[in-house]
Design a binder for this molecule. Structure first.
Ligand code: UDP
Ligand code: MN
Length: 287
């Protein structure tokens, strides 16, 4: 376990260097696919001009080369494990079991997505070297500076809007504000894994249950890619702060890639796989 000078590592976490700020953007990476996603996110964060730390929680499972690329892109790497959940909990949330019991009917989840891994997001409450953190999924891009979110309370998230008004009552856990606290983390673990517990949308269902009075962020702080397809009237390149590629990922071959072409080109630029495009100069959605 490495120990930062002014960042005592909570048990089970090991950072490659001390924190440089009291504020951090944090993402999670448990395999090489999401490490690629995190690289694009890191590059987009740098371009947003933030002075906050950019931290990547990872499980040690990603290969050394992608982790080194993340470090070179400015990430503070924090190695950890999945949560110490029970065998029964792990079985209930295994990919096949979860997909069987709570099928995804609105979009496709890539083969490299392991639902159980999502719960490791909760470890960011252990990052008590930070006063405030903004969590961002590894499949997202920051298109405008989001530092004002550090002044927002715990717990803020945007609604899970990508199809209709009916989505507004649910949050999307791809972006949220939090205050690390060992006490909160312990309370979460105690609540998460109780006999018979099943969180159909994993961390998202859990967080909504744990923070029933969650504050709503504007949808532009977590604009879901399906809005481009289903709710084009909501799209505004000028307003979007965070673009989130929920369901199919921009680095996969998938059946919506043609219709999401401009969004995928934008992502490829940040990933270093194509020219860097200016979001403000992008075309609007068709129709
Ligand atoms: N994640 C991960 N490995 C996994 C599943 C999830 O590292 O096997 C992390 C990653 O940061 C990812 C987030 O958890 O962005 C949530 O998963 P995903 O973004 O695929 O869910 P969606 O946004 O499609 O609901
Ligand atoms: Mn996501």
């Amino acid at each position: 376990m490495g120990t930062g000078i002014n960042s005592p590592n909570p048990e089970g976490l090991s950072a490659d260097r001390p924190a440089k700020s009291r504020h951090a953007y944090v993402t999670l990476v448990t395999n090489d696919d999401y490490a690629l996603g995190a690289l694009a996110l890191l590059n987009s964060l740098r371009r947003s001009g933030t002075e906050a730390d950019c931290a990547v929680l990872h499980t040690g499972a990603p290969s050394p080369a992608p982790l080194e690329r993340l470090a070179r892109a400015g990430a503070r790497l924090i190695e950890t494990d999945l949560l110490p959940t029970s065998d029964a909990f792990n079985a209930a949330h295994a990919r096949d079991a979860l997909h069987g019991r709570a099928p995804f009917t609105k979009g496709g989840k890539p083969a490299f997505h392991t639902p159980l891994d999502n719960f490791a997001k909760l470890r960011l409450w252990q990052l008590t070297e930070y006063e405030r953190v903004v969590f961002i999924d590894a499949d997202a891009l920051v298109l405008r500076n989001c530092d004002r979110l550090f002044a927002y309370p715990e717990f803020c998230a945007a609604p899970n809007v990508y199809e209709s008004l009916a989505d507004f009552h649910r949050l999307n856990s791809g972006v949220f504000t939090a205050r690390p606290s060992a006490a909160t983390f312990d309370a979460m673990l105690a609540r998460l894994d109780r006999p018979g517990m099943f969180w159909r949308r994993t961390d998202q269902s859990f967080l909504q249950d744990f923070f029933p009075d969650w504050h709503g962020l504007p949808v532009f702080y977590n604009m879901l890619q399906y809005v481009w397809l289903n709710l084009p009237q909501l799209w505004s390149w000028e307003a979007i702060h965070i673009l989130h590629y929920q369901y199919e990922k921009p680095w996969q071959d998938h059946d919506k890639a043609d219709r999401l072409g401009p969004l995928i080109e934008l992502w490829r630029g940040y990933a270093g796989l194509g020219p860097l495009l200016d979001p403000a100069a992008m075309p609007g959605p068709p129709g």
